[in-house]
Design a protein around this ligand. Structure first.
Ligand code: ZN
Ligand code: ZN
Length: 679
């Protein structure tokens, strides 16, 4: 009777549809079976094994399998093979498959997909091919499940041609086959092939499902494609799915249409953490930090708990703002949130403080870290470099060598620190030591730093020879460094040489055209400058609009060139006039060459030429306490005229002015700049 009852209980538990029988319950059922010497029939042992497999307990599953008196049938083998394939033991899944073949059990169309999955996880395409041959031998080659999983296996192993052959040969393709093939292309970065296949799938009148769409969305990077995908989503009634909506939002953000992304975001009724995080990250990518931060505050009001990914986004938002106050806000939030991945997030904080202009706070976070990785060290070293503190960067490097070996990134940080600080001899020492002592072969980034270093020292011909003797092909970074050096030393001939390569290697980068035209203008070659400008227009290269941000009394203000949108506009322009007059008396000579080409035609009225950094500085002077430091951030390289003017302004006002531009930090103090006029 007791045995009968036990039987019933066990049957009930094992056959219940609730797949989440806790492991404890499962083990006690198992134990009571052993105690009552119940002999499991094949049916029940199969269930017990699959329940163990679902709970990741493959050892128990295997124990029952091997102690069973029954001869396992193909179904039981499949359960076990699947269990191992799903639980991160693909090698055991494959060896079980061979065992099964050895005892004479024939595989079926359920066996092959699991074994293919195991091969894919091991990236063992040779084994996969053998098993694929078995599938053909047993007559399952054209089975839709077997075919789909073979396509996926070949795709994951990087054998796209074979995957495509199998796919093309399949007599029957439902939507899953297409999704699998699309996913195979996407995973390997063959976005165009994936898109092409998707359009063909639609031509064959196969309706995509949510998996197809989710697989495809990462390939979309153009607005018209995005609109088309959205249309298809709506047509197939998939637009109420939150995963799809989040993905559509990310898709538009990737197409640089953060405005449309926001419309999608606002339309999601039950926003999850992914919705919030993706939208904040979209603002980070679009360089709209104020909007990103605002959204983060709303997210907190809605009591959505941020995770470590959101944490990193928030740190990046704040670092785009270059505001020390926001940096401290992010720091506090990170400390309170107790995220995992401490090293990564603390390193991001070091980077944040560096970018907000406070080496002191950056170093404090760095010193308090219990654990540091190569990135942490490189971040701190390059931080000192960006602020022109090359000697401290070298000291830190010596300290680092005591605890871990530097890698190629550390050397980029170190070499650029030497070049920013003009440490010529030290730079050469580092470059040679990298090769000799650490056996790191220099990459183009290292060569670019050395060209910068030589250029800084005025050794332009040496820099040119250095490039000509490079054992690897110089890239845009290397030529860009030479062009930058030519600007400082007004060397038109070498600038033309560098620009020729740059316009081929990096034709979309408007900064290069502006730089070359400025070099021409500075040397009085107005016609040539116009030609460069014309070339840029013909090629459809858009100049990035310059803007400067400044934080005053807990609010962040953005200024564009000739901006008149600020409520204090009249006051700002009056004060600017007064200030310009004062620094002229001190010897400042305005250099209008820099502004001529920097504004659009309709804005070429004299008053509108004023660069955004000058407006931001005056606004800062008007709205901050006497003697306080003015911190601004410019999205482009600061121009020569603004640089000179800022030096004079720091002198006549007695203020320290910290300017972060696209390349480095300038600390202006008493009429001097920390960059030594080389930037
Ligand atoms: Zn300027
Ligand atoms: Zn400077």
């Amino acid at each position: 009777m007791q045995i009968q009852n036990a039987w019933c209980a066990i049957r009930h538990h094992l056959l219940s549809t609730n797949q989440c029988t806790p492991l404890k319950t499962l083990k006690s059922i198992h134990a009571s079976m052993l105690r009552s010497h119940l002999d499991l029939n094949l049916f029940l042992s199969t269930h017990l094994i699959s329940k163990y497999a679902l709970l990741n307990s493959m050892n128990y599953a295997f124990a029952i399998f091997s102690s069973s008196n029954q001869t396992p049938d193909v179904f039981l083998w499949n359960v076990l093979i699947r269990g191992f394939a799903d639980n991160g033991q693909p090698d055991r899944a494959i060896s079980l498959y061979h065992q099964m073949r050895a005892v004479g059990v024939s595989p079926d169309n359920f066996t092959f997909p699991f074994v293919f999955k195991a091969c894919a996880n091991l990236r063992d395409v040779e084994e996969g091919e053998k098993i694929h041959a078995d599938a053909a031998e047993f007559g399952y080659e054209f089975d839709i499940f077997v075919g789909n999983s073979a396509v996926s296996m070949y795709g994951k192993c990087g054998r796209f041609e074979t995957a495509r052959e199998v796919f093309d040969k399949m007599p029957e393709r439902n939507v899953v086959s297409w999704s699998v093939m699309i996913a195979a292309y996407v995973e390997s970065g063959c976005f165009e092939d994936a898109m092409g296949l998707f359009w063909r799938m639609l031509e064959e009148r196969i309706r995509p499902n949510r998996v197809t769409i989710l697989n495809l969305i990462p390939c979309v990077c153009r607005k018209n494609e995005a609109d088309e995908i959205y249309r298809i989503v709506v047509e197939n009634g998939l637009d109420s799915d939150i995963c799809i909506r989040n993905a559509l939002m990310g898709m538009y953000a990737k197409c640089r249409r953060v405005d449309i992304a926001r419309i999608f975001f606002d339309g999601i009724p039950e926003k999850d953490l992914v919705s919030w995080s993706s939208m904040i990250e979209a603002y980070v990518q679009a360089d709209l930090p104020i909007e990103g931060l605002e959204l983060f505050k709303q997210m907190k009001l809605k009591r959505v708990r941020p995770d470590y990914v959101t944490g990193l986004s928030v740190v990046r938002v704040c670092s785009n703002l270059a505001s020390l106050r926001q940096a401290k806000f992010a720091h506090g939030f990170i400390i309170r949130s107790l995220f995992n991945h401490k090293v990564v997030i603390e390193t991001a904080l070091v980077d944040l403080y560096v970018k907000c202009g406070s080496l002191e706070y950056a170093r404090r976070v760095f010193d308090s870290m219990r654990e540091r990785n190569l990135v942490s060290w490189s971040t701190m070293i390059s931080g000192y470099g960006m602020h022109g503190r090359g000697k401290v960067a070298l000291e830190l490097f010596d300290w680092m060598k005591g605890s871990m070996d530097p890698d190629h990134i550390t050397f980029v940080s170190l070499l650029s620190a030497c070049s920013h600080a003009g440490l010529i001899a030290e730079g050469w020492q580092c470059f040679n030591s990298m090769i000799r002592d650490f056996h790191i072969m220099p990459r183009t980034e290292h060569y670019a730093c050395m060209v910068d270093l030589l250029g800084r020292a005025g050794q332009l011909n040496e820099a040119r020879e250095f490039i000509e003797n490079m054992p690897i092909k110089p890239d845009a970074g290397v030529w860009g460094a030479l062009l930058g050096a030519c600007r400082i030393h007004s060397n038109v001939k070498l600038a033309e040489l560098a620009a020729k390569s740059l316009f081929e290697l990096d034709p979309e980068n408007s900064g290069r055209y502006v730089l070359l035209s400025n070099i021409y203008m500075f040397s009085g070659k107005r016609e040539e400058a116009d030609k460069v400008w014309g070339l840029m227009k013909r090629r459809g290269v858009k100049k990035t609009a310059g803007h400067t941000v400044i934080e005053v009394k807990n609010k962040v203000y953005t200024f564009l060139v000739g901006d008149r949108s600020n409520p204090q506009t009249d006051l700002i322009y009056e004060e600017l006039d007064r200030l310009m007059e004062r620094i002229r008396e001190e010897g400042y000579v305005p250099n209008t060459n820099f502004v001529l080409h920097d504004v659009e035609d309709e804005m070429k009225e004299k008053m509108l030429y004023v660069h955004s950094e000058k407006l931001a500085i005056v606004f800062g002077l008007l709205n901050s306490g006497p003697g306080s430091t003015i911190r601004i951030k410019k999205n482009l390289r600061v121009c020569g005229d603004c640089h000179t003017a800022t030096k004079f302004i720091s002198k006549v006002t007695g203020r320290e002015i910290v300017v972060r531009d696209a390349h480095r930090f300038h600390h202006f103090n008493g009429g001097m700049c920390s960059c030594g006029d080389y930037w």
